[in-house]
Write a new protein. Sequence first.
Length: 106
Amino acid sequence: MLKIDFEGKSFLWNQVRRMVAAAEKAGRGEISIGELENAINGKSKINFGISPPENLLLVNLYYKKTLKFRGVEETGKFASEMAKKLEVKIAMSKDMVHVCKLPLTK
């Protein structure tokens, strides 16, 4: 078992899984430490792949003291408003499909 701690203000989509995949490849000798260092320092763009989500565990999150969570009622109201907006977008998209249909030509 290996424990790796990542700390940062934010992470890109799949960034942690990509870093784990790179460390795993370096540990297995599939890539050199130099290749890993170059990728970390932005000197090269190597796709190390994405580590599968199994066995990766988010243990803790740290927030600034100013972070505030919404109450259940406020969250429900927000979700309801977003659902209504989505319904309108879907309805508009369906209408556009009918308006934009063009005859097929050979």
